[in-house]
Design a protein around this ligand. Structure first.
Ligand code: ADP
Length: 405
C-alpha cells in the first residue's frame, strides 16, 4: 500500500509517500508559507529536488498541489489519487483520550478538537490539514497518530503536578509528553537491534533536536517523560527554556513591564540555547562560536548537556536501573560533542563510553565498550515511517473487521 504521511503546521505541511511493503520513501517534500504566498518543495526518490512558488491561500490548495505534483507525468510517483491507500496524519495533542493511533472518523475529529485548549498552537492546524485531505480524498481512510499517545502509560505519580487536584479534574492539567512517536520507534528499534524483547529492557531515549525530550521506557512502556502539559517543560531546547522556577514568569513580567503573553513568547521562542548564547539555536553554530572562544555559546552547550545528564540520572532512578541509553533526532544523531559531553559522564551507572565508536553521524551505532553495564546507542528516529506503519495496521484491521475476519 502507498501511504501519504502528512505533518501539518499552521503555515507549513510536510509530506512523504511511503511504500508500506518495502518501507521505501517514494517522494517527499514540504509546503511552506501557506496562507502567505506559497512555496512547494518536492523530491522523488533518487532524483533532484524541485522547488517552486505556487499560490497556497489555505491548506486545501497546498494538499491539492501536493497531489498534482505526486501525479506529474514526468516526476510523479502515482498515476492517480486512488493509488494512495491511506493517509497518516501526525496529530499533536490527544489529551487523555488517545493512547494509540486511530481512524479519523468525524467523532474522533470532534474529540481531538475538544483537546484544542491544551494545544492551541498545534492542534488546530493538524485538524485543518485532515479536513483538506478529506475534501480532496473523500474515500481514502485517514489515520491520526498522536505525539502524546505513547506516553499515556505513565503512572499517575509521574504525570500529576503538585497543584490543587481540581485543576486536573476540571481542566485535565497534567503531564502528557510529546515526541511519543519517536520515543516509541527508537525504544522498539533498540530492542530489535539488541535481539531482546522490549519487556526485558529499561531504556532511556534522548530525543535531542530543535525540540528536545527524554523518556523512560520500562518493559516497552513509557513511565516518565520530560515534556509536560505542553512541549515547554524539561530540557533546555533550541529556543524553549525547559524547566524554570515558575516565579520567574511573574518576576520578569514586573521587571520588563511585559504581559503574561509576552513573557510566554520569550520563554518559548527567545530562550533555550538561543537565548543563553545570543548566537543561534542551531548546535552547529554554537559549536563553531564556542571553538572561537565565545564563552556564552560554550555555557549554552554545557547547560544543555548538564540538563540531559540530570534527567538521565532521574530516569535511571525512576526505573530502578537502566539497560540502554539511546540518542536520537538532529543533535542526538549528529552532534558527537554533545553526545560525548553527556555519555562520558555516566560512569556512576556503570556506563563505559567509547569515544572512537562515537565518531558516527546519522546511523545506528553502539557507542559504549563491550564491557559497559549500560549500552549507549545512536538510533536514528523515523517518525514518518512509524506513522506509516501505524496507519497500515489500522487500515488493515478495519478491512479485516469489515469482511468479518
Ligand atoms: P526538529 O525536528 O525538532 O526541528 P531536528 O531533530 O531536525 O529538530 O534537529 C535539528 C537540530 O539538530 C538543529 O537545530 C541542529 O542544532 C542539530 N543538528 C543537525 N545536524 C547537526 C550536525 N551535523 N551537527 C550538530 N548538530 C546538528
Amino acid at each position: 500500500m502507498k501511504v501519504l504521511v502528512i505533518n501539518c503546521g499552521s503555515s507549513s505541511l510536510k509530506y512523504q509517500v511511503i511504500d508500506s511493503e518495502t518501507e521505501v520513501v517514494l517522494a517527499k517534500g514540504l509546503c511552506e508559507r501557506i496562507g502567505i504566498d506559497g512555496v512547494l518543495t518536492y523530491q522523488p526518490a533518487g532524483k533532484d529536488k524541485i522547488k517552486y512558488e505556487a499560490a497556497m491561500p489555505a491548506h486545501k490548495e497546498a494538499v491539492s498541489l501536493v497531489l498534482k505534483q505526486l501525479m506529474d507525468p514526468e516526476t510523479g510517483v502515482i498515476a492517480s489519487v486512488d493509488e494512495i491507500g491511506a493517509v497518516g496524519h501526525r496529530m499533536v495533542h490527544g489529551g487523555e483520550k488517545f493512547a494509540c493511533s486511530t481512524l479519523l472518523t468525524q467523532e474522533v475529529l470532534d474529540t481531538v478538537a475538544s483537546c484544542n485548549d491544551l494545544a492551541p498552537l498545534h492542534n488546530p492546524p493538524t485538524l485543518v490539514g485532515v479536513a483538506a485531505c478529506k475534501e480532496l480524498m473523500p474515500t481514502t481512510p485517514m489515520v491520526g497518530v498522536f505525539d502524546t499517545a505513547f506516553h499515556q502509560t505513565m503512572p499517575a505519580e509521574a504525570y500529576i503536578y503538585g497543584l490543587p487536584y481540581e485543576y486536573y479534574e476540571k481542566y485535565a492539567v497534567r503531564r502528557y509528553g510529546f515526541h511519543g512517536t519517536s520515543h516509541k520507534f527508537v525504544s522498539q528499534r533498540v530492542a530489535e537491534i539488541l535481539g531482546k524483547k522490549p519487556e526485558d529492557l529499561n531504556i532511556i531515549v534522548c530525543h535531542l533536536g530543535n525540540g528536545s525530550s527524554i523518556s523512560a521506557v520500562k518493559g516497552g512502556k513509557c513511565v516518565d517523560t520530560s515534556m509536560g502539559l505542553t512541549p515547554l517543560e524539561g530540557l533546555i531546547m533550541g529556543t524553549r527554556s525547559g524547566d524554570i522556577d515558575p516565579t520567574i514568569i511573574e518576576f520578569i513580567a514586573h521587571k520588563e513591564n511585559m504581559t503574561l503573553e509576552e513573557v510566554m513568547t520569550v520563554i518559548n521562542k527567545k530562550s533555550g540555547v538561543q537565548g543563553l548564547s545570543g548566537v543561534s539555536s542551531d548546535f552547529r553554530d554554537l559549536a563553531a562560536a564556542a571553538a572561537e572562544g565565545n564563552a556564552r555559546a560554550q555555557l549554552a552547550l554545557d547547560a544543555f548537556a548538564y540538563r540531559v545528564r540530570k534527567y538521565i540520572g532521574s530516569y535511571a532512578a525512576a526505573m530502578d536501573g537502566v539497560d540502554v541509553i539511546a540518542f536520537t533526532a538532529g543533535i542526538g544523531e549528529n552532534d558527537t560533542a554533545v553526545r560525548a559531553a553527556v555519555a562520558s559522564k555516566l560512569g556512576y551507572l556503570g556506563a563505559k563510553f567509547d569515544a572512537e565508536a562515537n565518531n558516527v553521524r546519522g546511523e545506528e551505532a553502539t557507542i559504549s565498550t563491550p564491557d559497559s553495564k549500560v549500552t549507549l546507542m545512536v538510533v536514528p528516529t523515523n517518525e514518518e515511517l512509524a506513522i506509516c506503519r501505524d496507519t497500515v495496521e489500522i487500515v488493515t484491521n478495519m478491512v479485516e473487521e469489515a469482511v468479518g475476519k
